[in-house]
Design a protein around this ligand. Structure first.
Ligand code: FES
Length: 330
């Protein structure tokens, strides 16, 4: 115990050393003059700044080694401000280290624990009240209270059911399948490669089988953007290139970040931009993300043409469209 007290009263710090300025009036005076000198140098820097701002012509130049021909006005402004701030800082530090009080101060703390008599009082009061309420005697009430409190805790869990059924696999599939024609949206017309000029963009939806209705939620998953580039502009793997047709490439229009419609195409840069959080996708690189929060490219739909020359899907998307968390929906 006595060792513990000793360790707390002396936690191992080296013995306090007094500064020369604490014990020698000459050193103290010298330090005071040094601090004043730094502040005067700072003031001179500020005056240089003000003088050059008002009197040095903007068009004057001076030759400075390393920098070469340099604008005098800007050079003096920069140097003046730099000296001004630098010497204020040096002066303040020197002042604090040499002249400001250097006493070690102990911050008194009260003990967090309550005194023993207060703790005893508290325990006695709780026992007394519990006895008065008859908790010890009324075991029936004690048990039924436990049951009631336990069930109350379960109630919020039941409400989780209101979040609806899990989406299972339905978010992973769209109406795109092998041989499904691409229809213009709006217009619902099948589209040929020649309908799209280089640089053009079109939104398309899949042609649905008889009896299948187009719903808002199916459009939300099926919408696809067609973009036509020159074939030599692509920077794609051989496989991805085989998913394009004569420079036409198709991507899901649903942003892979949080599902907004990727609606802006910059023809010059060939970037697709999502307006919600500015994810930017590079079309020639299979919609690779080059900026923004999205973590994966827009899914690419493999396309080709049917025997009549209309654009069709080669196969379904090979990954879920939309936000990345859909992948974990099952
Ligand atoms: S939803 Fe597209 S960037 Fe966020």
């Amino acid at each position: 115990m006595s060792n513990e007290i000793e360790r707390l009263s002396n936690p191992g710090l080296p013995e306090h050393q007094h500064r020369a300025t604490d014990i020698d009036p000459v050193a103290e005076k010298k330090a005071e003059r040094q601090v004043a000198l730094y502040f005067v140098l700072s003031a001179i820097g500020t005056l240089v700044f003000i003088y050059s701002y008002i009197f040095v012509p903007i068009t004057s130049f001076v030759f400075v080694p390393i920098l070469g021909s340099t604008n005098t006005h800007q050079l003096l402004l920069g140097l003046g401000l730099a000296f001004s701030l630098l010497f204020i800082g040096i002066g303040a530090i020197h002042w604090a280290k040499q002249l400001m009080p250097d006493n070690e101060v102990i911050a008194e703390r009260h003990e967090f624990r309550s005194p023993k008599d207060e703790r005893d009082d508290f325990v006695a009061t709780v026992k007394e009240r519990a006895g008065a309420a008859g908790l010890g005697r009324r075991s029936l009430i004690k048990r039924s209270l436990g049951l009631s409190l336990g069930l109350v805790g379960l109630a919020p869990l039941v409400l989780l059911r209101d979040l609806g059924p899990l989406p299972a696999k339905q978010l992973e599939t769209t109406n795109w399948a092998k041989g499904v024609r691409l229809l213009t949206d709006p217009g619902d017309r099948p589209i040929k490669a020649t309908d799209l000029e280089v640089g053009a963009v079109a939104q398309v939806l899949p042609e649905l089988g008889a009896g299948v209705e187009r719903t808002l939620s199916s459009i939300g998953k099926d919408a696809v953007l067609l973009i036509r580039l020159r074939p030599e502009e692509f920077r794609l793997s051989a496989e991805r290139l085989s998913w394009t047709y004569q420079g036409i490439i198709a991507f899901s229009k649903i942003c892979s970040h949080m599902g907004c419609a990727v609606a802006l195409y910059e023809q010059q840069t060939k970037h697709l931009l999502c307006p919600c959080h500015q994810s930017t996708f590079d079309v020639p690189q299979a919609a690779k993300v080059i900026f923004g929060p999205s973590a994966r490219p827009l899914p690419q739909l493999a396309i080709t043409v049917d025997k009549d020359g209309y654009l069709v899907a080669q196969k379904p998307f090979n990954e879920p469209v939309g936000p990345s968390f859909w992948e974990r929906s099952s």
